[in-house]
Design a protein around this ligand. Structure first.
Ligand SMILES: [Zn+2]
Length: 423
């Protein structure tokens, strides 16, 4: 007998290659690509086998529904995303969907229905690896999507509207062609959803370092992103003496190190990164006159994040003044922290403890569909330990034993949710 956890892992593995990938030599499953349609076909069949009715919503999210005993009870949504980054791993996203299917499958095998319906949802666009936007499809479900965000095209110039029209879902999943004008109809009516539960690989090394298979997510870190432009003076690398230089790249280098130093100072979940830097004109014999770089600051607590960002910006101002270069920092991105629901967190913690695993709470530094879904209903997230904390990489790996524990914890959570709401 194969355990549900092992089957969930094996299914993720089977989705790791063609035709479930758009590339022959790596895993890439973009939103509205043929690989996603084939994935819907396979995952939809597993949902049906677990006793669910399968459908595609207006935003191309795959949804399996397992009816409850009460027709009008608010649904429990269990989900994650089916898309991947380019050259991604097999578990980031699909594992949460497979675990949702295993939960329902276990209930069906036990001949059980909960009071509430359970819907397993495979979101189509979380990573934003095809269109220059992310979490479009969970925003559509949560009812928070700005229609202007749909006016985008991919790197090949294909508009989202055309990709949607050309998306060929399996006939077993949907016969209805998708149209941009229907997109917002994916929104759930407020008050119809009891909770959203997402299981996901940790994408970090904390659980592994502590020898723990599972973690209860307390919230998703708030993110701040800046674009900093340094303007110095470009000059001949051979004839401009050192005291006369106003080197934009040397100034930026000092700022990059300041970002690292400031983020390291407090022993906390605060992290800050310069992930992109461009120097112009970019010639070996010219002193860089202009540099643009990014700063990404995250923490579980928005106040700590904002304090760190202020310190970083003040330090950049000081460095610019000392070096006689001009600098300008603009905030390009400000995502608030998304705390998980306190009551659901307690239930999940009790369910994790009941598996014999010491419960550990932690903040998610990465963004997830759960942060979007928090606008619709209370959310809970379960992290599963992953090898070396690696993700967005083909080396991504999980232990089927850990996934089995996650499945048991999720089933325990479902029972506790039913008990809490008074059966
Ligand atoms: Zn993910």
């Amino acid at each position: 007998v194969v355990s549900g956890g092992a089957r969930a892992v094996a299914r993720c593995d089977s989705l790791g290659a063609s035709p479930y990938s758009n590339a022959p030599d790596m895993l890439y499953r973009g939103y509205l690509t043929p690989a996603l349609a084939r994935t819907h076909e396979a995952v939809g069949a597993w949902m049906a086998e677990a006793g669910m009715n399968v459908a595609l919503d207006a935003a191309a999210n795959l949804i399996g529904r397992y009816e409850g005993r009460e027709a009008d009870a608010r649904a429990l949504l269990i989900g994650s995303h089916l898309d991947s980054v380019r050259d991604g791993g097999r578990y980031d996203g699909p594992l949460g969907v497979m675990l949702g299917i295993e939960c329902v499958s276990a209930l069906k095998d036990a001949g059980r229905r909960m009071r509430f319906p359970i819907e397993v949802i495979g979101f189509g666009d979380e990573e934003g690896s095809r269109f220059p936007s992310a979490m479009l499809t969970s925003q559509a479900v949560a009812g928070t999507l700005d229609p202007a965000a749909l006016e985008v095209e991919d790197a090949e110039g294909i508009a989202l509207a055309d990709a949607l029209r050309g998306f060929g879902p399996a006939p077993s999943v949907s016969r209805r062609p998708l149209r941009l004008q229907d997109y917002l109809a994916a929104a759930r009516k407020p008050g119809t959803t009891r909770a959203y539960l997402e299981a996901h690989i940790e994408q970090g090394p904390a659980l592994e370092a502590e020898g723990l298979p599972l973690g209860i997510v307390t919230g998703i870190a708030s993110q701040l992103r800046y674009r900093v432009t340094i303007t110095g003076v470009a000059g001949h690398a051979g004839t401009t003496s050192m005291p006369l230089r106003r080197d934009a790249l040397a100034a930026a280098a000092e700022m990059v190190l300041a970002v690292e130093r400031i983020a390291r100072a407090p022993a906390s979940d605060l992290v800050a990164t310069v992930g992109r830097i461009e120097a112009a004109p970019g010639a070996p014999n010219v002193i860089p006159g202009r540099v643009v770089f990014s700063i990404d600051v995250r923490a579980g607590d928005a106040e700590r994040r904002d304090r760190a960002a202020e310190t970083i910006l003040a330090e950049c101002t000081r460095i610019a003044a000392v070096r006689g270069v001009e600098h300008e920092a603009s905030r390009v991105h400000d995502l608030p922290a998304s705390p998980c629901d306190a009551e659901l967190m307690d239930m999940l913690e009790a369910a994790v403890a009941a598996t014999g695993t010491p419960p550990r709470r932690l903040v998610s530094g990465a963004g997830h569909d759960a942060m979007v879904m928090a606008a619709l209903c209370p959310t809970a997230m379960l992290f599963v330990r992953c090898k070396d904390g690696i993700s967005h990489n083909p080396a991504e790996e999980v232990d089927p034993g850990d996934v089995e524990l996650a499945l048991r914890a999720m089933l325990g959570f479902i029972d506790r949710l039913e008990a809490a709401d008074g059966a």
